[in-house]
Design a protein around this ligand. Structure first.
Ligand SMILES: [Zn+2]
Ligand SMILES: [Zn+2]
Length: 271
């Protein structure tokens, strides 16, 4: 499979000259299955989702979008995803089940007047809005496992995504200090590539706990314990400049390759 990093930032977009190389878009990752040229699954729909249109062979997206949770930095790209807003678009959106609400009503909590000009049904094309319970499901040829992870404010999933070529785990927002369940450890165990929350540094411990996020050290520790093949540090703090991320990259030490996620890069599995 091929994985494109379309948005690697947490909390809010980060435009400006200090954020050019690692990118300013919020969380979105697109995945193409083995043997396919174009992505058919997106993980999260932050502002990086806008960049998915350029990866497609035609004007309309036909595929799935899985949301880890409903915080702004993971959903605000939905109504601005041009390839998802065409008459020929066919998009299956999956939202973490919670509160007994339908998928449509969950999405409408952030996408409806007066917060936003249109409702979910204002999107053109054929959209389905599905609630996703934890567990394993087949989506667009991938085996997807959704697992509850500790975060702050609403249900949050981490995903393990597998096909014949290998496995990816995506855990963009995670507060392991609140407790890391056996299910979470099993979800990331032995994956070829782990994308993990690394929004904060050890020196920012108090803020990390307040916001419900991980530190770089915690991400490396989890990846080491789970014996993952590669670790990609993801969901950078919006104020973390290119120079600061370069400096961070120079300090990393782990038993597996570790890279700092940069918008626009792609990862092949197996690599
Ligand atoms: Zn986030
Ligand atoms: Zn979040």
């Amino acid at each position: 499979m091929r994985v494109w990093l379309l948005g690697v930032r947490g909390s809010t977009p980060a435009p400006g000259p200090d954020f050019v190389r690692y990118g300013g878009h919020t969380s979105c990752v697109a995945i193409a299955a083995e043997g396919q040229d174009a992505p058919s699954v997106a993980l999260d729909a932050g502002t990086g989702l806008r960049s998915l249109t350029a990866l497609l062979p035609g004007p309309a997206y036909r595929g799935a979008i899985l949301l880890s949770h409903l915080h702004w930095d993971h959903v605000q790209g939905i109504p601005f995803f041009v390839a998802g807003d065409q008459d020929l678009s066919v998009v299956d959106l999956y939202l973490p089940a919670q509160g007994g609400l339908s998928g449509r009503d969950l999405l409408a909590t952030m996408m409806s007047p007066p917060c936003f000009p249109i409702m979910p049904e204002g999107l053109r094309g054929t959209w389905t809005f599905n609630t996703l319970p934890p567990g394993r499901v087949d989506i667009c040829g991938f085996q997807v496992t959704a697992v509850d992870v500790a975060h702050k404010g609403g249900r949050t999933y981490g995903f393990r995504v597998e096909d014949v070529s290998g496995s990816l785990a995506y855990v963009p927002d995670h507060a392991p200090v609140q407790g890391c369940s056996d299910e979470v450890r099993a979800m990331i165990r032995g994956v070829d590539v782990l994308l993990h929350d690394a929004q904060f540094l050890a020196s920012e411990r108090v803020t990390a706990d307040l916001f419900g996020h991980a530190t770089v050290d915690e991400a490396i520790s989890l990846a080491t314990e789970a014996q993952v093949g590669r670790l990609v540090l993801f969901h950078h703090a919006p104020a973390r400049t290119d120079a600061q991320l370069d400096a961070l990259a120079r300090t990393l030490a782990a038993p597996m390759p570790v890279v700092v996620a940069a918008e626009g890069e792609s990862i092949d599995i197996p690599g």
